[in-house]
Design a protein around this ligand. Structure first.
Ligand code: UD1
Length: 352
């Protein structure tokens, strides 16, 4: 059986790692990179550090407006699917690369499986929400990470195509966490362990309006703790354009980190402040408290269990960060770290 994975953006490379490993000896795996992310620190470093084979094809689509970028991916993927004739096209998460691959494969009658199906923010202003909903409704097999995701799919009439497999991000995180401890991998230097916050901001809703971005950066600079901002290229470009200083007060901006260093940085931090979906969950799995600068989250379990607080208003950020420590929990809503094996078994089963 041939499974063709389409990836393109940073979080997809992380999810690809355990899938590629679980595929070994069980199925033939073709990796197609759309080129949505192309910087070394946004792409290549993940393949190197997580032991993923180089992509068989790279479409080198690059950045662009949604239609331009998604359209270029669809056009580029068509001949690739025709060449490899996969038994499954496996798409990951909720980026423009996900939707482009789902459309291209559906049009050519190649079966589509969607990993991380069923997540919903119910916020139709997020590009990721369009991508998820449209991909779920196009796909033939919906691989859901959580019971909540399964319930969303059932509500949309998609129960028959849905299966609960767990979260592959848990697989890769636990593997890398063990490596961090075994090899003594450092996260960020020059700042004392346990005293600092790790921050990331990249969503258009937070970066594109200069007043809002200025407010968020100002709040991070004055929380009374050192804050290490792992700076996505989108944020760096927009801050420069609007004259917003990313080095002010307690705030220091550094480049995005490779995955093992990111995991180490979270482990040794006092907390995380983010608008990333993945980081909210990674922090929870490492039991580090998180403040999320968004009005809602797809990963509701992190909030329900008290480890994540939503603070969308700039005025609410400082208070959320300084809240008392959450109660310990041994809940595991994202599985035990064996989801990728289940994903491959489901793909094999459904082809038979
Ligand atoms: C994309 C995903 C988002 C995901 C995020 C992870 C969509 C709609 N969004 O957002 O869901 O959480 O990836 O990081 O697919 N850029 C570079 N170098 C790169 C990549 C991007 O400089 O390697 C800059 C470009 O100026 C580009 C901007 O970042 O215009 C945004 O990149 P884009 O891929 O459009 O979306 P992300 O914000 O990365």
């Amino acid at each position: 059986m041939r499974i063709l994975s389409v990836v393109g953006a940073r979080p997809q490379f992380v999810k690809l790692a355990p899938i590629a490993r679980a595929m070994a000896g069980r199925a033939e795996h073709t990796i197609v990179h759309t080129g949505q992310h192309y910087d070394d620190l946004m792409s290549d470093v993940f393949f190197r550090d997580l032991g993923i084979a180089a992509a068989d094809v790279n479409l080198s689509v690059g950045s662009g407006k949604h239609g331009e970028q998604t359209g270029a991916m669809i056009a580029g993927l068509e001949p690739v699917f025709e060449r490899f004739e996969p038994d499954w096209v496996l798409v990951y998460g909720d980026t423009n690369s996900t939707l482009a691959a789902a459309i291209a494969a559906t049009k050519l009658h190649f079966p589509v499986a969607h990993l991380e199906a069923g997540l919903r923010s119910f916020n139709r202003r997020m590009p990721e929400e369009h991508n998820r909903v449209l991909t779920d409704h196009a796909a033939d097999l919906l691989l859901a990470p959580t019971a909540v995701a399964m319930a969303h799919l059932a509500r949309e009439g998609l129960a028959k195509r849905s299966v609960l497999v767990g979260d592959v991000m848990t697989d890769v995180l636990f593997t890398v966490r063990d490596r961090v401890f075994a090899d003594g991998i450092e996260g960020v230097g020059d700042v004392e362990r346990g005293t600092y916050l790790v921050a990331t901001i990249h969503r258009p809703a937070n970066t594109d309006d200069p007043d809002r971005l200025r407010g968020i950066i100002g709040a991070l600079a004055t929380v009374g703790k050192p804050v290490v901002l792992l700076t996505h290229p989108r944020l760096r470009a927009l801050a420069a354009r609007h004259g917003i200083n990313l080095h002010q007060g307690g705030l220091t901006s550094i480049d995005p980190l490779p995955y093992p260093q990111l995991v180490a940085a979270i482990i040794h931090s006092a907390g995380v402040v983010t608008d990333s979906g993945g980081l909210q969950k990674e922090a929870f799995l490492l039991r580090v408290p998180t403040t999320t600068i968004r009005p809602e989250t797809e990963w509701v379990e992190t909030v329900d269990l008290g480890w994540n607080v939503l603070a969308n208003d700039v005025e609410a950020i400082a208070g959320a960060i300084s809240r008392p420590a959450p109660l310990p929990t041994d809940a595991s809503p994202y599985g035990e770290g064996h989801a990728a094996e289940t994903v491959i078994s489901e793909l094999l089963k459904h082809v038979e």
